[in-house]
Design a protein around this ligand. Sequence first.
Ligand code: C2G
Length: 133
Amino acid sequence: MKRILTYGTYDLLHWGHINLLKRAKQNGDYLIVGLSTDEFNQIKNKKAYHSYEVRKTMLEAIRYVDLVIPESDWEQKIQDIKDLKVDVFVMGDDWKGKFDYLEDYCEVIYLPRTEGISTTKIKKDLFSDSTER
Ligand code: C2G
């Protein structure tokens, strides 16, 4: 049972998120998502539209996701990897290099981001009344 771990805010769920989770799951058998709490989003300077509970419910409905845990600070990753016996840590490559220190504890994989979609873009497009292109 190969266990995979990734983290994120996953607000206004979109196909870039789904694409990441789908490819992350392809690296093993059990996918754990560390979901940023509302408080941690403030630390990340991110304003999520949906609350932690709503974002957690939406993630749990995705076939690729097996477990959602709270991400409440930047420092919990090593302990999470140890406690959850994680084999592979996966993030989108906008984070490339940022988590190489985790290679002492598990495999680290950065996957290409899905171009053309982001929560920020959705908000901007909705505000400017444009539609998906
Ligand atoms: N992502 C992607 N393609 C996009 C948008 C996002 O592959 N078009 C990926 C990101 O690279 C990340 C995941 O989807 O791996 C979740 O994205 P966010 O919710 O924006 O996560 P972020 O705010 O980057 O939080 O400790 C790590 C942080 O919590 C990561």
